[in-house]
Design a protein around this ligand. Structure first.
Ligand SMILES: Nc1nc2c(ncn2[C@@H]2O[C@H](COP(=O)(O)OP(=O)(O)OP(=O)(O)O)[C@@H](O)[C@H]2O)c(=O)[nH]1
Ligand SMILES: [Mg+2]
Length: 462
């Protein structure tokens, strides 16, 4: 990767398709030159563009003198721009043909097409944001619910970086104290007490482990969670999907075997993106189409993070359920006892042989009874009982988690070294390892391939 990235890049920064406006963004040393070639003020004159002002005018094809579009152009002068370089943003009419043409003109006037994520990569390399913030940009764009967006935005504001930098400072402070005793004659400075050393390591280790703990929660908010809705035919599986979705997505009839193909929809369950998979009912059937559906149901159970097993509460017969229950993993199953309006005749005891009572929720989806409680149960089940506030979540990225895991490993080694009375040399090696892996998170150790991997996930124009 070229670290002197002052060549000028351009891209369409708005999504493909038609819209009220579309934006072409250009960044690099030649921005003003390009503007001079292709932008004309209201009177058709070459306009002087000033930083942080919006300029009205036209984009012109300099070869044919043809006006391509009427635009608003904003110039952000280096270093006070997103990339820290000279940047212009041209607000055009939002048609794909116009945007492509303006982009082509920028390119024929000296820019090159940006790679995905290249604007943000420049912001990082220009020192405007650190790695966690660069990654948060992508997470914000991809956020599927308001809460996912909040988690990403707190990262963009630098909350994770702040905590990591603080930890790095603590490790460095401790390292300096140890190094001082290694480098200088032992007589000058009294050696450190093992209890004191242990305390220094534990302070950092405690915080690292705390941040690691909320990763799982962060992941759920960011990526969502997959639930497969299964159960005997006619129990109300499709009704459950529709209820949680708030619309009539799946066909509901009183004919058993209505759902043949699996239906997948994302719902926003109090901020958690929940992917629901409605499946064909589990029953013995001679119908080949339905059999295929049932096979797919089995597959969807394997794919899902958990299973919502929908049963008919008014039915006494539980015998045929044994097969289903044996197939399901009780740790990953929540039972929705539906149709309580028709009576509660099911054998609770039978189910309690498989799972605990808080895993059984009684509802009437038809009469909309117990829906709120069901939603709460689903959430506390998803979060393993402890739903934290998304405001606490600052770790949502697998790369960060991996680096923190390694940090934690190094610190545990350091603990062992202290415990077994090893010399300070050994402890500093572990601490250095901890420091390096913390540094990876905020990008203080730049590794080309790491950067490329992160930024190539971005969309073009970002
Ligand atoms: N009385 C009552 N009927 C319900 C309730 N929930 C769903 N139903 C009815 O039960 C029937 C089956 O509902 P579906 O949602 O299609 O059931 P399903 O489990 O998807 O069925 P298949 O796709 O055939 O496997 C429909 O007639 C629903 O209106 C409920 O809480 N009470
Ligand atoms: Mg159905």
């Amino acid at each position: 990767m070229d670290f002197l990235m002052n060549d000028t890049i351009a891209a369409i920064s708005t999504p493909p398709g038609e819209g009220g406006i579309g934006i072409v963004r250009i960044s690099g040393d030649d921005v003003l030159e390009i503007v001079e070639k292709i932008f004309r003020g209201p009177a058709g004159n070459k306009a002087k563009v000033e930083p942080r002002k919006v300029h009205y005018g036209h984009i012109l094809n300099p070869d044919t003198d043809e006006r391509v579009d009427e635009v608003l152009l904003t110039y952000m002068k280096s270093p006070r721009s997103y990339t820290t370089q000279d940047v212009v943003e041209i607000n055009c009419h939002g048609g794909p043909v116009i945007l492509k043409e303006v982009l082509d003109l920028a390119v024929s006037s000296g820019a090159r097409i940006a790679e995905p994520g290249e604007f943000t990569k420049r912001a990082f390399l220009g020192g405007r944001i650190d790695l966690t913030q660069a990654e948060a940009v992508m997470d914000i764009i991809r956020a599927r619910t308001d809460e996912s967006r909040r988690v990403a935005f707190s990262q963009l504001k630098g909350e994770l970086s702040f905590r990591i930098n603080k930890l790095m400072d603590d490790v460095i402070d401790f390292l300096i104290q140890l190094e001082a005793r290694i480098d200088f004659c032992e007589d000058d400075i009294p050696s450190l007490d093992p209890g004191y050393k242990m305390k220094q390591v534990d302070l950092v280790l405690g915080e690292v482990n705390r941040i690691l703990k909320n990763f799982e929660m962060g992941k759920i908010y960011r990526e969502g969670i997959r639930a497969s809705i299964v159960g005997p035919s006619n129990a109300g599986k499709s009704t459950l999907l529709n209820t949680l979705l708030g619309e009539e997505r799946a066909i509901v009839t009183n004919i058993p075997g209505t759902t043949r193909d699996r239906i997948e929809e994302t719902v926003n369950l109090r901020g958690v993106p929940l992917v629901l998979i409605d499946t064909a009912g589990l029953r013995k059937t001679g119908d080949p189409v339905e059999s295929i559906g049932i096979e797919k149901t089995m597959e969807s159970i394997k794919d899902a993070d958990f299973v919502l097993l929908v049963l008919d509460a008014s039915q006494e017969k539980m015998g045929e359920l044994t097969g289903i229950m044996d197939f399901l993993d009780p740790k990953k199953t929540l039972v929705i006892m539906n149709k309580t309006d028709l009576g509660c005749n099911y054998k609770r005891q039978f189910l309690l042989g498989y799972l605990s009572h808080e895993r059984i929720v009684e509802v009437s989806l038809l009469e909309k009874q117990g829906i709120e409680q069901m939603e709460e149960r689903i959430l506390s089940f998803v979060f393993g009982g402890n739903i934290g506030s998304p405001a606490d979540v600052i770790l949502s990225n697998a790369r960060h988690k991996d680096a923190l895991r390694r940090t934690s490993g190094f610190l545990q080694e350091a603990r062992k070294s202290i415990e077994s009375g090893m010399s300070d040399d050994f402890i500093t090696i572990d601490l250095q390892g901890a420091l390096d892996s913390l540094g990876e998170i905020v990008g203080k150790v730049s590794v080309d391939s790491l950067l490329d991997r992160i930024f190539s996930n971005f969309c073009i124009g970002k």
